[in-house]
Design a protein around this ligand. Sequence first.
Ligand SMILES: Cc1cc2nc3c(=O)[nH]c(=O)nc-3n(C[C@H](O)[C@H](O)[C@H](O)COP(=O)(O)OP(=O)(O)OC[C@H]3O[C@@H](n4cnc5c(N)ncnc54)[C@H](O)[C@@H]3O)c2cc1C
Length: 545
Amino acid sequence: MPEQPEMTIQGWGPARAAAGDTVPKAARRYLTRELGWTPRDTPPVPVAEIELAPSRLPDDVRTVLVGLLGEENVLTDRDARLRHAGGKSYLDLLRRRSGDASDAPDAVVLPGSTEETAALLTACSDRGIVVVPFGGGTSVVGGLAGMDPDDRPCVVVDLSRMAGLQAVDVPSSLATVGPGMRGPQLEEALGEQGLTLGHLPQSFEFATIGGYAATRSAGQQSTGIGRFDDLVAGLTLATPVGVLELGHAPASAAGPDLLGLAVGSEGTLGVITEVRLRVRPKPRTVHYEGWSFRSWAAGLAGLQRLARHDLLPDVVRLSDADETRANLLMATGAGARALRGALKARGRADGCLLVLGWEGLPTLVRARMKTAASVLREDGALRLGSKVGESWRAHRFDGPYLRDRLMDHGLLVETLETAASWTALPTVYDAVLRALRTSLTREGKRPLIMTHLSHGYPTGGSLYFTVLADRDDELPIQQWLTAKRAATDALMSAGGTLTHHHAVGADHRPWLEREVGPLGVEVLRVVKQRLDPNGILNPGVLLPE
Ligand SMILES: Cc1cc2nc3c(=O)[nH]c(=O)nc-3n(C[C@H](O)[C@H](O)[C@H](O)COP(=O)(O)OP(=O)(O)OC[C@H]3O[C@@H](n4cnc5c(N)ncnc54)[C@H](O)[C@@H]3O)c2cc1C
C-alpha cells in the first residue's frame, strides 16, 4: 500500500516548508491595506516546549489493551500523544502553537481489525476509559477534543492500521475500504482498475474514509457525485455492545435507515471499521472553466436556474465580490495580470467569479456544457475560458498551507459554513457578514470576509466563509469564539443549517437542539445509551451537555 505521510503537530502538511516560508508579497500588501493588519512574527513555540501532562492510563488497563492489540499497538509516548491531540481548527492550532496540549489523550491504540476494535471498546467500556476514534485528525469543529464531564482517562483509537482497499466489485461499482485509508492512496489504488471515488474535500491529502463517513463530509465535486453520505453503500460499526453491519442491497425499504444513523455519528455511537463505497469509472473528459457575473445576486440567480433545469455541473464555486477581488489581487504571475486586465476592460473588475467543472464521457460533457452556457449567458454571465478553471483546480489544496504562514504573522484565519434554500441564501449571507463584521471590527482594524457558494442542490446551496483579521494577541481564542458565536446565531436565525459539512463536534453542539429540536436530541441520546451504555465514546461531541 502507498505510504501515508504523518501530519505536522502545529499546522498543516507533512512538514513545515523551510524555503519560501513567508506570506507572498502581493498578499501581504493587500491584507495590510484591507485589514489594518500589522504583520509581525508570531511563530509557534518549539514542539519540544509543548506541555504534556503524564499519561493517566491505569497499568491494569494498559495490560489488558496490550493483551488485545500487542505491545507495539498501545502507545503512551510523548510524540504519539501529541500527534493525536485535537484537530486542525484555528483554535486547535492556536493552542498547539502556544504550547498547550491539554487535550492530548492518555494513550493511542491501533487496532488491526473489526474484532480487535470491538474487543477494545468492550474492555474500555467495562473499565470506564473514554475512547475517541481518530482518522486523519483534520476535524475543524473540535471533533477530537475528548472532553469528558467525569474527566476519565482517554484513549484515542487510531485507524491507520486499517487502511487498505480490501475488495472491488466492478460490475456493482462497489469498493470495500478500511476506515483509515486517505483519499490520495484510495484514488491511486482505484485508479489501477480504471475507477475513482472522486471525493475531494480541501482536506483530501490527510482526511480518511472513516472520518468522511463519521462527519458527512462534502467534497468539491459533491454537486455532481453527491456528498459522502451518498457515496456510502454500507459500513461496519463496532460498538461496546456488539457489531452492526449496515447496508447490503443497493436500496431497501426495510424500515428506517440505520445506515443513515451511523453516517454522521462522529464517533459517539461506535467506531467505523469498514466502509463499502459507490465508485465510478474514471472520467474520460475533465473540463474546468471560469465565468464572470456582474454581481453576487446575478450569480445566485444564474445557478438557481441551472439547478432548476438539472444542469448544474460537477463542480460549482461562485465567489462573492470580496473573494473575487482578494483572489485576483493576491494572485501573481502573467496569467493573473492578464485576467485582471481583461475583467477591467469588460467592466467586470468588481464582478463575481464562477468556476465550473465538468467530468465524464466526452459527448455528455459537451452537451451539458453547451446547454448550461446558454442559460448562464441569458443571465448575463461572461465566459472567461479554461485557464481560470484550471488555475483554480491546480491550487485547490493550497489554502491550509497558506493559513500556517498567515498565522505565523499575527493573523486570525478561520472558515465557517452553512447551507440554505435558494430563497433564504441571500438573507443568510447578509446576516453572517453583518455578525462577523460587527464582532471583528476594532479600532483601525476590520475583517476581510470572503464567501463562495459551492455544493449546489436543486433546492439551495452551501455558503462557505473565509475570515481573516488582525489577531488580538491578548485574547486570540476569545476573539474568534465571540465572532463564531455571533455568526452561528445569525445564520441559524436566518434559516441556514448549523453545518453543511464540517459536522457538529464540540464547537457546534450548543446549537444542536436548535437544529433538531429537544425531542430530536432525546432520540439521539436514547440510541447512544443503548450502544454505549457507559458513555465512553467521544463524550464531548455532538450531543449537548
Ligand atoms: C484545511 C481543511 C479543509 C477542510 N475541507 C473540508 C471540505 O472541503 N469538506 C469537508 O467535508 N470537510 C472539510 N474539512 C473538515 C474535515 O477534513 C472533515 O470533517 C473530514 O471528514 C474529517 O476526516 P478525518 O479522517 O480527518 O477525521 P477526524 O478529524 O480524525 O475525525 C472527525 C470526527 O469523526 C470521528 N471519526 C473519525 N474516524 C472515525 C471512525 N473510523 N469511526 C467513527 N468515528 C470516526 C472522530 O472521532 C471525530 O469526531 C476540512 C478540514 C481542514 C483542516
